[in-house]
Design a protein around this ligand. Structure first.
Ligand code: ATP
Ligand code: MG
Ligand code: FE
Length: 340
């Protein structure tokens, strides 16, 4: 089984060739970050334009790297949503064109399912499982009874974890996206600010990061007003400790109540060193649960993960016609847009 996969939900144009949902033969990622940095975030129109310019090159390069031709392919998989509608449409249009031209099945994939399936490149996924899904737009605990069932048991009520990193980074005058830079700085400081840990004692699996973000911004603004220099590394460590603490505690609460075989860590923020370390340590209390962390290079947006999720969808019989449309608000059901 060879899947040609497309991802264009945000600011990465990516095309991959994945074998049997587990082997990455090629994963071409054209990032646009430089074009968005001066705006401090992703500009949708700029993103669409870049996707159009890049996608054909990405396909050519992916096929060349994988040393396969269209005739070798089993199916074409594409991110249907969630994401920016104009950006998604480019990937969907490209995937449809190739599926049509080469008479290949078209498989729509949920971007967040893709993030989870990035963990498949480390180990076969075993169910039931819980996924801690932390990215730029989402922070969710997802219970998976089987490989194609996604039940959100908790999620953020305001900002996503990655969003909080990026907003705080802006106040620290870092380039967008700031997650990685804060993570690196956080390794050199101390937790001296003791920022709030929202909702940790509440009996649910939900998160909130806007209070932490406000506390952080108020602290920095206040210091600026009175002309006080704050230790940047300590700020970063304090912020990161708060985020990691909350994510860890809520995840442990979920593990205590849902017997699962695996805990899957995925999404852009899954690259966070503090989070990876914290889960490693806390999982010692759950010797029967195996922690499967998405590989660092597949945490951020990429098409390889769409190929891995697309393989499962393909096996489940999920197909789309040439009337497939992008769905910017695609829910986490198993492809609700599809008639199966
Ligand atoms: P979504 O997947 O929810 O649609 P997205 O695709 O924009 O959103 P991702 O690409 O999965 O998000 O992740 C990007 C986010 O990950 C950014 O907010 C970035 O700052 C954050 N991030 C990347 N590396 C790290 C890190 N080491 N520590 C913390 N955050 C990080
Ligand atoms: Mg991105
Ligand atoms: Fe993403």
């Amino acid at each position: 089984n060879l899947i040609l996969a497309f991802e264009s939900s945000c600011d990465e144009t990516s095309v991959a060739v994945v074998e049997d949902g587990s082997q990455v033969l090629a994963n071409v990622v054209a990032t646009q970050i430089k074009s968005h940095q001066r705006f401090g975030g992703v500009v949708p129109e700029v993103a669409s334009r870049h996707h159009i310019e890049q996608i054909t090159y990405c396909v050519k390069e992916a096929l060349a790297t994988a040393e396969v031709s269209y005739e070798d392919l089993t199916a074409v998989a594409v991110t249907q949503g969630p994401g920016l509608v104009g950006a998604l449409l480019i990937g969907v249009a490209a995937a449809k064109a190739i599926a049509y031209a080469h008479d290949l099945p078209l498989v729509p994939v949920n971007h967040m399912a893709g993030h989870i399936y990035a963990a498949r490149f480390v180990a076969p996924l075993e169910f039931p499982a819980i996924a801690l899904l932390v990215s730029g737009g989402h922070t969710q605990l997802v219970y998976m009874e089987s490989r194609n069932s996604f039940q959100i048991i908790g999620e953020t009520r305001d900002d996503a974890a990655g969003e909080a990193y990026d907003k705080v980074g802006r106040v620290m005058k870092m380039a967008y996206p700031a997650g990685k830079e804060i993570d690196q700085l956080a390794q050199t400081g101390q937790d001296t600010f003791n920022f709030p840990r929202a909702m940790v004692n509440e009996d649910n699996y939900d998160f909130s990061f806007s209070g932490l973000k406000s506390a952080f911004i108020n602290t920095v603004h206040h210091a600026n007003q009175i002309g006080e220099e704050l230790n940047q590394a300590d700020l970063a460590t304090s912020f990161q400790n708060s985020v990691v603490d909350v994510l860890t505690q809520k995840t442990m609460k979920a593990l205590a109540n849902f017997p699962v075989k695996q805990l899957i860590l995925a999404g852009g923020v899954a690259a966070n060193s503090g989070l990876r370390q914290s889960l490693d340590e806390h999982l010692k209390s759950f010797p029967d649960v195996k922690l499967v962390k998405a590989p660092l290079k597949y945490c951020g947006d990429n098409a390889a993960m769409i190929g891995a999720a697309g393989y499962v969808a393909y096996e489940e019989g999920v197909r789309a016609g040439l009337d497939l449309n992008a769905n910017p608000g695609l829910e986490f059901d198993w492809y609700p847009d599809m008639e199966m």
